[in-house]
Design a protein around this ligand. Structure first.
Ligand SMILES: [Zn+2]
Ligand SMILES: [Zn+2]
Length: 141
C-alpha cells in the first residue's frame, strides 16, 4: 500500500472525518519536501478551497501528528515547520532566505545505536548561508 493510502486509512481509524478540505491538506503534506508551515499550507490551499480556515489546517495537522505521520521542526523561533518525511535526516536553515534544506545524504544510514543507546529520532539543526544565497551575494558584489 502506498504511503498516502496508508495515512488516509490510519486517519479514518481515528474517526476523523475526511472532508475534501482535510483531504487536500493531507495530500499537500504527504511527500512534501519543502517543510511547510501551517500558514504556508493555508495560503497555498486557500485559492482552491475558499471555505478553508486556519483552524482546519491546525486540526488536520494535529491528527497527522497524533498518528505519527508528521513531525514538527523547532528549527526556527518564528514558526513551526512540518516534516512529513520520517526518514531520519538533518536540517540546514538558511539565515538569509529562510529555506530549510535536508542535508543528510540520500541513502546513507543514520546510526541506530550510539554508546549502547537505541536511537529513535534525530533532530540536528545547522544554521548558515545556503549555496544559493552565497552565489547571489557574490554576483551582487
Ligand atoms: Zn538561502
Ligand atoms: Zn526534512
Amino acid at each position: 500500500m502506498k504511503r498516502k493510502e496508508l495515512v488516509l486509512q490510519k486517519i479514518r481509524e481515528t474517526g476523523f472525518r475526511l472532508t475534501p478540505q482535510r483531504l487536500a491538506i493531507v495530500e499537500y503534506l504527504i511527500g512534501n519536501r519543502e517543510h511547510p508551515s501551517v500558514e504556508k499550507i493555508y495560503s497555498d490551499l486557500k485559492p482552491k478551497y475558499p471555505m478553508l480556515s486556519l483552524s482546519t489546517v491546525y486540526n488536520t495537522v494535529k491528527v497527522l501528528k497524533a498518528i505519527g505521520e508528521i513531525q514538527e521542526l523547532t528549527i526556527s523561533e518564528d514558526r513551526v515547520y512540518l516534516e512529513p518525511n520520517l526518514q531520519p535526516h538533518y536540517h540546514f536553515l538558511c539565515l538569509e532566505c529562510g529555506r530549510i534544506y535536508d542535508i543528510w545524504p540520500e541513502g546513507e544510514m543514520l546510526p541506530t545505536r550510539i554508546n549502547g543507546h537505541e536511537v529513535r529520532q534525530v533532530q540536528v539543526y545547522y544554521y548558515g548561508v545556503c549555496a544559493n544565497c552565497q552565489k547571489k551575494s557574490k554576483a551582487a558584489s
